[in-house]
Design a protein around this ligand. Structure first.
Ligand SMILES: NC(=O)c1ccc[n+]([C@@H]2O[C@H](COP(=O)([O-])OP(=O)(O)OC[C@H]3O[C@@H](n4cnc5c(N)ncnc54)[C@H](O)[C@@H]3O)[C@@H](O)[C@H]2O)c1
Length: 259
C-alpha cells in the first residue's frame, strides 16, 4: 500500500490485460492513474472497476492511439492538466503480428512497428520534456521475451520488441543525468485475451494451450498481476538505481536450454 503515493502515472493500452492490471496495481499503491487506450469503452469500464475496488482512486480514461504522435502529446497535456505532472509512464499498448517473413505484407510490417515500436517512442517523446524539466520520472516499457528469443513464424513482432529494448537502453542512458529512469519488462506467456486469441487461432486450441503449458518450467503461464507487481517496483522509489535495464517475468522459461 502507498508505494506510489503522490505519483501520477499514465498507462497505455490499459483497457484490458496487462495494462489494466498495472493501472489497478498503481491505483492500489496510491498513484493517480490515466488509462490511455484506443478502445475507450474498455478503458472507461476498467476505470470504473478500479474506482469500485480502490476507495478514493483518482483514475481517468483518455482516448489515445499510440501510433499517432500528436494524439499522444495531446493526451499527455490533457492528463497533466487533469491529474497533475506525470511521474510515471508505462508504454504497454502492443499487438501481435505473427507472419512468415516472405509472405508478410508491407502493411503487416508497418502495423507492427506503428504500435509495438513507434507507439513506445511516441509515449517517451511526449513525457520526456516534462520529466527532464522536473528532474524526475520513471518510464517502463513492456517488451517481451520475444525481445531476445525467437520463435519461427512470429515475424516481425520480435524485431519490434528487440527495438523496444534498444530504445529503453538508449533513452535510459540519455536521460540518466536528469534522474529519469527508463526500464523494460519482458513478460513470457501471460494469460490475457492476446494469448487466448493466439491459442484460438491454432487448429486445435486446447492442444495449443497444453503445448504452451508443457514448455513452462513452472507448468503454468503467468498472470497479468505478476507483471503489474514488477511495474509497481520499477515505477516506485524502491528502484532508484535500476536504469536502462530489463526485468524478465517468465517463470524461468527463457533460461531453459531444453528439457
Ligand atoms: N500476453 C502475453 O503473453 C504477452 C507476453 C509478452 C509481452 N506482452 C506485451 O504486453 C503488452 C500488453 O499485452 P496484453 O497481453 O495485455 O494485450 P491485450 O491485447 O490484452 O491488451 C492490449 C491493449 O492495448 C490496446 N491497444 C492496441 N493498440 C493500441 C493503440 N494503437 N493505441 C492504444 N492502445 C492500443 C488494446 O485496445 C488493448 O486494450 C503488449 O505490449 C504485448 O506485446 C504480452
Amino acid at each position: 500500500m502507498n508505494r506510489l503515493a503522490g505519483k501520477v502515472a499514465m498507462v497505455t493500452g490499459a483497457g484490458r490485460g496487462i495494462g489494466a492490471a498495472i493501472a489497478l496495481a498503481f491505483a492500489r499503491e496510491g498513484a493517480a492513474v490515466a488509462l490511455a487506450e484506443l478502445d475507450i469503452d474498455t478503458a472507461n469500464a476498467t476505470a470504473e472497476r478500479i474506482r469500485s475496488e480502490v476507495s478514493g482512486a483518482r483514475v481517468i480514461a483518455v482516448p489515445t492511439d499510440v501510433t499517432q504522435s500528436a494524439q499522444v502529446k495531446q493526451a499527455v497535456e490533457h492528463i497533466e492538466a487533469s491529474i497533475g505532472p506525470l511521474d510515471v509512464l508505462v508504454n504497454n499498448a502492443g499487438i501481435n503480428v505473427f507472419c512468415d517473413p516472405l509472405t508478410m505484407t508491407d502493411d503487416d510490417w508497418r502495423r507492427c512497428f506503428a504500435v509495438d515500436l513507434d507507439g513506445v517512442w511516441n509515449g517517451c517523446r511526449a513525457v520526456l520534456p516534462g520529466m527532464v524539466g522536473r528532474g524526475r520520472g520513471s518510464i517502463v516499457n513492456i517488451a517481451s521475451t520475444h525481445a531476445f528469443k525467437i520463435i519461427p513464424g512470429c515475424f516481425p513482432y520480435p524485431v519490434a520488441k528487440h527495438g523496444v529494448i534498444g530504445l529503453t537502453r538508449a533513452l535510459g542512458i540519455e536521460y540518466a543525468p536528469n534522474h529519469v529512469r527508463v526500464n523494460a519488462i519482458a513478460p513470457g506467456y501471460i494469460e490475457t485475451q492476446l494469448t487466448l486469441d493466439w491459442w484460438n487461432a491454432q487448429p486445435d486450441p486446447k492442444a495449443a494451450r497444453q503445448a504452451t503449458l508443457d514448455l513452462q518450467p513452472m507448468k503454468r503461464i503467468g498472470q497479468p498481476e505478476e507483471v503489474a507487481m514488477t511495474a509497481v517496483f520499477l515505477a516506485s522509489d524502491e528502484a532508484p538505481f535500476i536504469n536502462a535495464s530489463c526485468i524478465t517475468v517468465d517463470g524461468g522459461r527463457s533460461a531453459l536450454y531444453h528439457d
